[in-house]
Structures are given as C-alpha cells and as structure tokens.
Design a binder for this molecule. Structure first.
Ligand SMILES: NC(=O)c1ccc[n+]([C@@H]2O[C@H](COP(=O)([O-])OP(=O)(O)OC[C@H]3O[C@@H](n4cnc5c(N)ncnc54)[C@H](O)[C@@H]3O)[C@@H](O)[C@H]2O)c1
Ligand SMILES: [Zn+2]
Length: 670
C-alpha cells in the first residue's frame, strides 16, 4: 500500500461516508455496489491489520447513513442491522462451520429466502393498526416515512387477526417491481424528466418524497422478512414459521423460500434462485440464509453491524465501473454500424470484459459519454454487456468527443442513417466485406437469384477461402476450383456451377430483390420492376421519381437512391451484367404513364362507380394521373359516380371538368 495506513483509512472512511449519503439519502450513487464493497473491504482489512486505527464510528461498524433533514427521526426499539456478505462458496462454508462450532451441533437448519434489492423499513402495529413506519437510517435512528408507507398497497393498514398483539414491529423490504419501474421511466422520459437508473434507486427516491402523493404515483411494493419489537405476539420457534405467521397476518411474503440443512442445501437454493432470477418480477441481489431456530439465533448473537446467525450470499455484480479507453466502430452483417467501447478490463457478472456496446450515436449523446470517462458497464444474464452510464467525467478534451464516421471503416462506403432510425448503416451492401456473407446468401436465395446448391455453409467456405468477394465472383467459379474445397467433390462442384449458370437468366424483379437494398423486399422489387420496366431507369430515378411507384414511400425511396448513389454498388451491378446476368426488359408502367391519357393530371374520385374504387385508382395511376382527396383549383378532373355529393358541387363551383363513369372509361379506351 502506497499511502500510510492511518491516512488511507481516514480517506476511505470519508469516501465511504460520502457514498453512503449519495446511496441511502439521495438515491443517486456515483459508484457501483461492487466498487463500494471493495472500498469497505479495503477499510476492513486495514482495520484488521491495525486494530489501533479502528474507530467506533467507522463505516465498518455501522450500517447505512444518518437520516437526513426533512423527516422526523424515529429511534428504533430494536436496532435494524445489516447482513454479512458471502460472495464465494467458501464464504458460505465458513459461515456454516462457524455456526456449527458456536452452537456445538453437527448440522444446522437454515431458512433460505431472497435478498430483495430495495430498502429496509420497519412497520409498527399497535393493537393491530399501522401507526408508524420508518426507514433503517443508521440502524439506530431512522426516518418517519409513515405517510409514504401508507400509500404502498401491499402494506396492510390493519392486521388480519381476531386478537391482534398489543405491539408488533414487522420488518421487510420496500421495492419497485420492474414493470412499475419501466412505466415510471417511460412517463419520466415522455415528460422530459430525469430517468432512474434502477428500481432500487427509484424505490428509495419514492419513499423519501416529502409529498406522499408523489410516493403514491410511483407504485412501491413490500415483502416482509422479519420482526422487531413485539408485545403480546406469540413468536413461533423458527424463522420459517414466523414468515408463515406474517403471511397469515396479511403481509406479502415471497414464495421462493425453503428450509435447508448443511452447505449443500444452501448452495442448491442459491443455484435454483440464480436460474430463476431473470424471470422474477423484481430485482434481487442474492439470497439470505438464516439459522432457523430462534433459540439458536439468540445464542449466536451479533457482531458490530450484522447478526452472526445470517448471511447474504450475493450474486456476481451485474454492474462494474471502469475506464472507457476508446470508442471503435463495428460493422454488422447487415451493415449496421455499432459504436463499441474499448474498456480497461473489468470483472462483471462473473467474467472479465474488455468491450461493451454503446448501441448507437443517439445513445452516446443521451448518456453524454465521452472517451476516457469512467463508466458503469452492465452485464445482465446473457445480454451483451453495455455501457450503462457515466460514473465520472474524464478529461473531456476535444478529441474525447465521439463523432460518427461518415465512411464505413471496413469498405469506405458512405454511412447513412434514415430519419426515423437510430441505427446508422454502411451503404456498401454488395461490396462491404463485413456484409459479404449475408449479402451473398441473400443474393443466392430462392426468391432472389435462386442459385441451387449454394447454401450458407458453402458461401462461408467461398468467402473464407477468398474465392468469392462479391456476387460477380460467383460467375467466375469453375468446377476445378470449387472441387478443391473441403467436403466438395467433382460432382457436387459441377452441381453448384450448373446452378450458378442457370441463374444468369432471371427477371428484373428478382435481380432488384437480389441486390439486398435495405427496405426493398420481394413485393417492392416487383412493384419497382413493373413501374420502371428497366434497370437503367430505376438506377437513374431520383427520390421523387421513385416515390411515384405505387406503395413506395419516402423511406424506401431514400434507401434505393442511396444504394445506387454508392459507386461501389453500381460497379457490382455492371460486373453482374458483364458476367451475363440478364432479363427481359419492358416498357415500364412509368413509361406508359408518362404518355397515358391522364399524364400529369390531378384527379379526384367521388360517388359510387360500378368498378371498385381501388381499381379505378389503379387505372388512373397507370394512365399517368395522380389521385388527391379534395377538389381545388389545381384539380384537372373530377370523376363522379352516382350519389356524388359536396365534391361534385365544389367542382361545378370552381369550373373543374367533371367526368361521369362512361366518359371516364372512354378516356381510358376501355
Ligand atoms: N454504490 C454505493 O455507493 C453504495 C453505497 C452504500 C451501500 N451500497 C450497497 O449496499 C450494500 C450495503 O448496504 P446494507 O448495509 O444495506 O447491506 P445489504 O443491502 O448488503 O444487506 C442488508 C439489507 O438487506 C436487506 N434485505 C433484503 N432481503 C432481506 C432478507 N430476506 N432478510 C433480511 N434482510 C434483507 C435489508 O434491507 C437489509 O438491511 C453494499 O454491499 C452495497 O451493495 C452501495
Ligand atoms: Zn462497409
């Protein structure tokens, strides 16, 4: 240790106190729990090595934090303690050994339950009526939050008992269900307010509101796990029976609990709960083992801040704090551009991680993350680790700010982002090596170029061996080269070459679809082929012309234009044509429309026609017309069926030419 132990201990005490206030009183921790745990551990180690440095007011000797101003103080009749922690199986083994030795018994019976990740409260019932509720505070003195606790629906205001005890203090955890937390954050986001980081912080914040109305809006829940002072209450002989009794009195008691014997029983419970954890409605940060018999609890007693008869076996931390060294760009198989944080290695959720996703540019802005900041990374279950938030700002020099590159780091094509999309993408679809396999599989697909015998495995082999880089390379493949690949014989190679050969003759719609243009599916490809008739016309079309295609909106038009604006993509298209890929081109609907009888005309349909309205609409569009909903001076024709109403009147008023059904069909040459 570099610093002198005395100075280091003093600094740690001050630091821990500061974090305690932020955590317990402000519900706004700056560091992760794991980091707090390691600060406390360091202090405990110094105090153990230098007993003369231990002070009675050290955070190692006390729980929580002094109550803050704003609430009345409540002195607890029976102190509210914390729990000792176990992180490893060995910690559980030594806990069990200690209990056995101190009790002088061969085996101990334990009550196992969940360790709720909320905050401890005590509820005082006099003659069966809820009279006061308080937070744990520093264990000796808490805050009177009775009015706020009254708003928690699962806390009974009256005990379900014919002859209630004179006094009963029920202890448990106030927490927020995940769904209530999500709803709360959604509302906060919609209102432009600050969102909470996790359900625990928001439960703490809610319970410590000065206005109970605000607490009520936040939907807190409660689980009972013990009692404090009592008078006239018949305490059962074991903890597990006490929990049953509390349930009978009307308190919510979590169902996931069990009586177990010996270390194996404890560890089995830990594993079972760990597996269930992601599916629970609320957060837990571990399980708790308590010596079941109260007589045995009594003889084990307490140490400074926790009972000797209980231990919390924590799950690996899902959050940890580390330095964000740099931000890299990753290009996914579909061209999605993801900023990835390069981290100073950190142990979280049971493994060491060096990368975490930053999702996208908007997320980086929203969370205000800069390079060289100290960040909290989260790894929940099997989910990809992510940077959750900034813990401490770094130097934040100009170069530390993240800027989205404008070109794909893999292929150099432009990066583009649709207006209503969060994700930016590389536009080099056919060309980009990062997207190669995906692009080729799509290209060869049954509904695209329909290349028989060219499946995923083979595409992978072709790309990895370097034989194929982009789609045109497929058409250069020979049997000899293919047969050299693993699991390929002359015969199967010939089948593949035949399949490729056959695909040279295709249709325009299939070819468009095979290009893998973002947002352009099979149906849109057909629409485009029909509308434009030729590939060159499609490639020349600007966004406006593209939008002239039925069912093609601005987003689709934008991605098509962007695709053909990319030089690389045009090159690939030319190479494919040069390789002999061909189809019959026709005069597209667009061309027909340009010379049709309604070319450039604005038409309004009204009244009932003998043909369905959609058919009439299609006929007008094919003939070059554009349909609008209301009649104005700009309207060229009103087509009026029977029972035409106000639109017809308006047309007459403005002098717009009106066509009846017969005249309309005649104009179309029908
Ligand atoms: N990030 C920070 O800045 C910061 C600061 C202070 C504390 N902390 C966190 O808080 C922990 C220490 O706080 P603590 O003293 O409240 O201890 P704790 O939360 O680790 O354990 C004791 C508490 O567990 C709760 N609990 C949940 N289920 C229970 C059950 N079934 N039976 C009994 N109790 C149950 C009670 O509220 C009890 O007070 C640290 O390990 C750290 O995780 C973090
Ligand atoms: Zn690219």
């Amino acid at each position: 240790m570099a610093a002198k132990p005395a100075a280091r201990a003093e600094a740690l005490r001050r630091e821990i106190e500061r974090h305690n206030k932020l955590y317990y009183n402000d519900a706004a921790p700056e560091i992760s729990d794991a980091e707090w745990d390691s600060l406390l551990k360091e202090l405990q180690e110094i105090e153990a090595a230098h007993p003369e440095l231990a002070t009675p007011d050290s955070p190692t000797q006390r729980v929580g934090s002094k109550p803050s101003e704003g609430f009345e103080e409540v002195t607890h009749r029976v102190a509210m303690l914390s729990l000792a922690n176990a992180f490893e199986d060995e910690d559980v083994e030594s806990f069990d050994r200690r209990c056995r030795e101190l009790l002088n018994v061969p085996e101990v019976e334990y009550a196992c339950e969940l360790k709720f990740d909320g905050l401890a409260v005590t509820l005082v019932y006099e003659n069966g009526v809820f009279v006061q509720g308080a937070t744990r505070g520093d264990g000796a003195v808490g805050e009177d939050v009775s009015n706020n606790l009254r708003t928690v629906r699962s806390i009974p205001l009256r005990l379900e008992a014919k002859k209630p005890p004179k006094l009963l203090e029920v202890r448990g955890e106030v927490l927020m269900f995940r769904r209530d937390f999500d709803a709360l954050n959604k509302r906060a986001e919609a209102a432009g307010e600050k969102t909470f980081v996790n359900p625990r912080n928001s439960a703490t914040g809610a319970l410590r509101q000065l206005d109970p109305k605000l607490t009520a809006q936040r939907r807190l829940s409660f689980f009972a796990y013990g009692i404090g002072a009592n008078e006239g209450f018949k305490v059962p002989p074991t903890h597990s029976e006490l929990l049953d009794a509390l349930a009978d009195l009307g308190f919510p008691v979590a169902k996931d609990r069990k009586v177990a014997r010996g270390v194996k029983g404890l560890l089995d419970f830990y594993k079972a709960v760990g597996a269930k954890r992601p599916k629970l409605d609320y957060d837990i940060d571990g399980v708790v083992y308590k010596v079941n018999a109260f007589a045995q609890q009594g003889s084990l007693g307490f140490v400074s801040r926790a009972p000797r008869w209980a231990i919390a076996h924590k799950f690996p931390a899902e959050e940890a704090t580390t330095e964000l060294l740099d931000i890299d760009i990753q290009v996914g198989r579909t061209g999605a551009i993801t900023p990835v944080a390069r981290l100073k290695p950190v142990f979280v959720g049971g493994t060491t991680i060096v990368n975490a996703t930053l999702h996208n540019e908007d997320e980086i802005r929203r969370k205000e993350i800069w390079k060289r900041d100290t960040v909290v990374v989260r790894r929940a279950g099997d989910v990809i680790p992510e940077v959750a938030r900034v813990a401490k700002e770094g130097p934040r020099e100009k170069a530390d700010r993240f800027t989205m590159p404008t070109k794909c780091p893999v292929c150099g094509s432009a990066i583009a982002k649709g207006e209503d999309e969060a994700v930016a993408r590389c536009t080099g679809g056919l060309f980009c090596p990062a997207q190669r396999k995906q692009a080729l599989i799509h290209f060869a697909g049954r509904r695209a170029m329909n290349i028989e015998n060219l499946g995923y495995k083979l595409v992978e082999q072709l790309v990895e061996s370097g034989l194929v880089r982009t789609a045109p390379d497929l058409y250069k493949l020979g049997v000899a080269k293919l047969a050299e690949l693993e699991r390929m014989a002359e015969k199967s190679a010939q089948n593949v070459v035949d399949g490729i050969e056959k695909s040279r003759e295709t249709t325009l719609a299939r070819f468009i679809y095979a290009l893998g243009i973002r947002n352009v599916g099979e149906t849109t490809s057909k629409d485009l082929a029909r509308h434009f008739g030729s590939l060159d016309k499609l490639m020349e079309a600007d966004v406006e012309a593209l939008q002239g295609t039925p069912d093609v909106g601005p987003i689709v038009a934008e991605s098509i234009a962007r695709f053909f604006a990319e030089k690389h993509n045009r090159e690939v298209v030319e190479q494919l044509r040069a390789a002999g890929v061909h189809w019959t081109e026709g005069e597209g609907a667009a061309a027909k429309a340009a010379t049709g009888p309604f070319a450039g005309k604005i038409v309004v349909l009204t009244g009932t026609l003998s043909i369905p309205r959609d058919d009439a609409k299609a006929l007008i569009e094919e003939a070059g017309g554009k349909i609008t909903g209301s009649v104005s001076k700009k309207t060229d024709y009103v087509v009026a069926g029977t029972e035409a109403g106000s639109k017809l009147d308006k047309a007459n008023e403005l002098g717009v030419p009106v066509l009846d059904e017969a005249q309309f069909l005649k104009m179309l040459d029908k």
